[in-house]
Design a protein around this ligand. Structure first.
Ligand code: B16
Ligand code: MG
Length: 215
């Protein structure tokens, strides 16, 4: 197999855990609308874009919403979410993430972010990693969300690397699919730790033997 020259990190659930902020923001919006929403449904929103997440939540709605109303609901959820992520700090970086990032940098492996989130720039700034990555591809630059490989292909392009030279680190099944569809290897962590399709698996970045994977 070709040596891995670039690692593309999903953000939410891999570098930082914003799941609870997403959950609380969607929950507030859903409660206001009288739509049933719980943490089990929230699991389905992992790695999924904002509007696709709303579509999943609206499966439980008792009325039909117009496109304009849907846009307003998504904007309202995002305002709640942005308020919550305003409290994030470097302390919220997930265990093991900094060690893996530092090891890759020290060993000449390029690093990128590949996230569906349009709030990626705010989150990176909050956790003190603005300007840290060689490339950032996020929800602001793409039209098709995971499981489409667009965000990862863009990240590889920004790194100047062939897809076959990149590995993606993902916590969502949709992200594992996206990486494979883009012709990349993928390390599944967190919720994707048992995903049989992933090339490599680890409970989290603290448990991963990165030296062994990169070689
Ligand atoms: P936003 P990732 C994803 O980030 C989240 O996992 C997902 O829950 C969220 O709906 C999506 O970003 C869009 O986020 O509303 O901030 O644009 O896991 O791809 O880093
Ligand atoms: Mg994720």
């Amino acid at each position: 197999m070709e040596k891995i020259q670039g690692v593309i990190f999903d953000l939410d659930g891999v570098i930082v855990s914003t799941d609870d902020c997403h959950y609380r923001a969607w929950k507030r919006m859903a409660d206001e609308e009288g739509i049933y929403f719980d943490r089990t449904i929230n699991e389905r929103l992992r790695g999924v874009s904002r509007m696709d997440s709303l579509a999943i939540i609206l499966e439980r709605a008792e009325k039909n919403y117009s496109d304009e109303e849907k846009q307003q609901m998504a904007a309202r959820k995002n305002a709640y979410y942005v308020e919550l992520i305003g409290a994030l700090t470097g302390e919220d970086i997930l265990p093991g993430a900094m060690n893996v990032l530092c090891w890759l940098k020290e060993n000449g492996v390029k690093i990128a972010v590949g996230s569906s989130s349009r709030n990626t720039p705010i989150i990176l700034k909050q956790i003190g990693l603005e300007g840290y990555f060689d490339a950032v591809a996020d929800g602001n630059q793409i039209t098709r969300s995971k499981p489409d490989p667009e965000v990862f292909l863009l990240a590889a392009k920004l790194l100047g690397l062939e897809a076959s030279r990149c590995m993606v680190v993902e916590d969502a099944d949709a992200g594992v699919e996206a990486a494979l569809a883009g012709g990349m290897r993928v390390l599944g962590v967190g919720s994707a730790k048992d995903n049989k399709k992933a090339t490599y698996r680890a409970e989290n970045l603290e448990k991963v033997d990165i030296e062994n994977i990169i070689g």
